[in-house]
Design a protein around this ligand. Structure first.
Ligand code: MN
Length: 477
């Protein structure tokens, strides 16, 4: 359980005195409002508000969000109104709490509920991304205290977490909260599978923890020898739910999992990252094809790091991840890391929302049929994403199993229409070729071509390409 003292201790590290005063005021207001209220766990209600604000402060969210975290359940659950909030805390905090409250009220059940939930999420995202982040912080504490909830409600909340909140966090690059949400929901949604994975890895986890410790010591020595000043070296254990999904993809064979535990090295600057990669490769032989430079070529969600897998002294393969402190924060907190600088959508003002977000917002506006909407969203949001490159080196993110035509239409409608063939990594491929992460794609064009083939509808998997082809066929016929 987090106390207000815990919250203050986090705030002192990153926020000004004036900011902290605002949070103190919000705390007193929320304490008064929730006075006498208990949660099902028996805790005073205010601890839920504190935990939500604490999660937001940990992500270094802006101070309005932290205060809104403390106040987020006030209008819904107490005698105080939205006007009371506005009068005491001003427009911005009022706006955020209102947004979070709107997300919370769902009327329907089953499929309709799912669709309604998703629509509300995207609407909120188009207005202010902080609303979603506050909701995620709120959901994290609800998941941590899920034991106290009625069993049938428990399963629904856990399912919703796994199907909506975790994928959203993932899409926003907030990997820490995504992993936490998944691992909290996993035992409720898939109890048997949870038990299976936990038992499967128990022994290996024990032995691996030991040798990762050894690898860590050797690495530390190498750093000292080469006069590299590191900030942190630690083993990170893969989160259980993503391990489970990876096992399903690898035929349930634990021997095919190389990154159960990885070694993570945090350094002061980029130059040090490359130096350390060199030092590691001099010490241990890297596995072919597993060296990845996401610093020079970040993933589309902004993820940056160097990855390599090496054969260590113990005849074991270990994945090593090398990055700066900034990259590490970006990887853990994603879009939240930008909120203090207002580099995201706030209060209806758009600051260059990423392309995927614009797609999602458009979809929520244009697709009125709920079943169709969910199908589309699942494609865009929940399929594993791959990233490929244009010949100039620009990154394009597509869902798994995308084809060169998906790529072409993603770049531009005309390029799709004019497509007569494609080269992947300099090799000619057919138009139903499945693209893989890291592929470089060149579309061969005939500038005289003005319209797609009707058959192409069978070759593309993205809704974007499908919709473009359909409307082009309609236009020109
Ligand atoms: Mn709440």
């Amino acid at each position: 359980m987090k106390t207000f003292e815990d919250l203050k201790n986090v705030l002192i590290l990153n926020y000004s005195d004036k900011d902290i005063q605002l949070v103190v005021k919000a705390f007193h207001f929320a304490s008064e409002a929730h006075k006498g209220q208990k949660r099902r766990t028996g805790e005073d209600y205010i601890y839920h508000a504190i935990a939500t604000a604490y999660n937001l402060a940990k992500m270094k969210m802006d101070i309005a969000s932290v205060a809104a975290g403390l106040l987020h359940d006030v209008p819904e659950d107490t005698d105080f109104s939205f006007d009371d909030l506005k009068n005491n805390f001003g427009n911005e905090i009022h706006y955020l709490v209102k947004g979070v409250t709107k997300l919370g009220t769902l009327k329907y059940r089953g499929l309709e509920r799912y669709a309604e939930n998703l629509r509300k999420m995207f609407l909120a995202m188009s207005q202010d991304l902080r609303i979603i982040i506050i909701k995620l912080a709120d959901r994290l504490h609800n998941m941590e205290t899920l034991e106290g909830v009625r069993p049938e409600k428990r399963l629904r909340i856990a399912q919703e977490t796994l199907e909506i909140y975790a994928p959203l966090a993932n899409r926003l690059g907030m990997f820490r909260i995504k992993s936490q949400l998944e691992d909290l929901a996993f035992p409720y949604v898939y109890p048997d599978e949870y038990k299976w994975v936990t038992e499967l890895i128990a022994d290996r986890l024990k032995t691996e923890e030991k040798y990762i410790e050894k690898i860590k010591k050797i690495t530390q020595k190498e750093m000292v020898k080469n006069k590299i000043d590191y900030l942190q070296i630690r083993g990170r254990v893969k989160n259980l739910y993503s391990l489970y999904q990876k096992l399903l993809r690898k035929g349930k064979d634990l021997n095919k999992i190389y990154d159960l535990i990885a070694l993570r090295i945090i350094l002061k600057d980029i130059a040090d990252c490359y130096s350390v990669l060199g030092i590691i490769h001099k010490k241990w032989t890297p596995l072919k094809g597993r060296v990845k430079d996401y610093i020079a070529q970040p993933k589309p969600n902004g993820y940056q790091s160097l990855h390599t897998s090496v054969f260590t002294d113990f005849a074991k393969v270990v994945e090593i991840q090398i990055r700066t402190q900034e990259m590490n924060e970006e990887a853990e907190y994603g879009i939240a890391a930008h909120s203090r600088y207002k580099e995201i959508v706030v209060m209806g003002k758009k600051k260059n929302p990423p392309k995927w977000l614009r797609h999602l917002i458009d979809m929520q506006k244009t697709i009125t049929d709920n079943a169709e909407f969910i199908k589309n969203i699942k494609n865009e949001l929940f399929l594993n994403q791959i990233f490929v490159f244009t010949p100039k080196g620009d990154v394009v993110e597509l869902p798994e199993n995308a084809t060169p035509l998906d790529f072409a239409y993603y770049i531009h409608t005309d390029i799709g229409n004019q497509c007569i063939g494609a080269k992947v990594n300099d090799q000619m491929v057919s138009l139903d070729h499945r693209l893989k992460s890291g592929d470089v794609i060149e579309i061969l064009k005939d500038k005289k071509r003005k319209r797609p083939n009707a058959d192409w509808l069978k070759l593309v998997i993205t809704n974007l390409a499908k919709n473009k082809i359909k409307s082009q066929l309609k236009n020109k016929s």
